[in-house]
Design a protein around this ligand. Structure first.
Ligand code: ZN
Length: 276
């Protein structure tokens, strides 16, 4: 199963990182794949060393490590990665591309499955960092209200699934969680936004929040590891329709179908999610 981390997994890691590394001073950095960095390694190290972690947050598939004074270290987990925390007496993993050690000798390593980004950006230039500046609102942000969702949908011409996956609209939903979000709202992935009723939009809004928070409460996907190396408890059998081709729909028992929708696959109940 090819799954990538989405909002729940990244939210969990950000929270754990914030708890463990907040207040720590950066002592050293090792980069085995300098092309992950946005500036030459010597400069990256020079500017990071001695800085103190103020907090860690996340948006979309990015982690934001706020450094005092004046910088952000931005880490993109786009294609999947393991970020693991270590005490000085613990054994490091065999493979990693990046290692950051703090003055108290604790550290974390990053192993990207394919490729990832680690960017160092001045705090006052953060809005010029294109890859993060274009991200839409986080659906677990308190500002993501039903009214906000309605405003985002207004005058949009695309299908609802394409809208939800576009990180410039809403940041953090990918092809894993979108499946159950659409099923819960009884919407076909190709439904045009202009045809959605007020009630359907309300159901969709609730489904987004429910599905993501449900996963967070289970520690995220069982196929991903958190900052401590622990796997989440959300396995495929807990999905409603996602990745369950041929299994009965939990609502009406019709076998779930896997269909192609644009560039992605969708898992739907052909009876509950009609294309009207
Ligand atoms: Zn059904």
């Amino acid at each position: 199963m090819n799954v990538l981390p989405e909002l729940p997994e990244i939210t969990i890691i950000a929270k754990q990182m914030s708890k463990e590394i907040r207040g720590k001073r950066i002592a050293d950095i090792e980069s085995l794949q300098p092309k992950n960095l946005n500036i030459p390694f010597v400069e990256f190290l020079g500017k990071s060393k001695g800085k103190i972690v103020a907090n860690v947050s996340s948006k979309g598939k990015w982690l934001f490590i706020k450094l005092e004074p004046a910088y952000y270290m931005l880490i993109n987990l786009g294609m999947g990665a393991e970020i693991l925390y270590f005490n000085p007496d613990q054994k490091l993993p065999e493979k990693y591309q990046f290692k950051l050690t703090f003055s108290d000798k604790t550290s974390f390593t990053i192993h990207f499955w394919w490729f990832g980004y680690i960017h160092l950006v001045l705090e006052n230039a953060l809005n010029k960092h294109k890859m993060t500046a274009q991200l839409g609102i986080s659906p677990i942000d308190a500002k993501f209200t039903l009214q906000c969702f309605n405003e985002l949908l207004a005058n949009k011409k695309v299908g609802i699934k394409n809208f939800l996956l576009n990180q410039k609209n809403i940041a953090g939903i990918g092809n894993v969680y979108v499946q159950d979000i659409l099923f819960k709202s009884r919407l076909h992935p190709n439904r045009k936004i202009s045809t959605l009723s007020k009630k359907e939009i309300g159901n969709l809004y609730n489904a987004i929040i429910d599905v993501l928070n449900h996963s967070i409460s289970l520690g995220g996907l069982a196929y991903e590891r958190d900052f401590y190396g622990q796997r989440g408890r959300l396995t495929i059998n807990k999905f409603l329709v996602g990745y369950k081709t041929g299994k009965p729909c939990p609502e009406c028992n019709t076998p779930i179908k896997k269909i192609r929708t644009g560039g992605t696959h969708s898992y739907i109940c052909p009876k509950c999610q009609l294309l009207r």
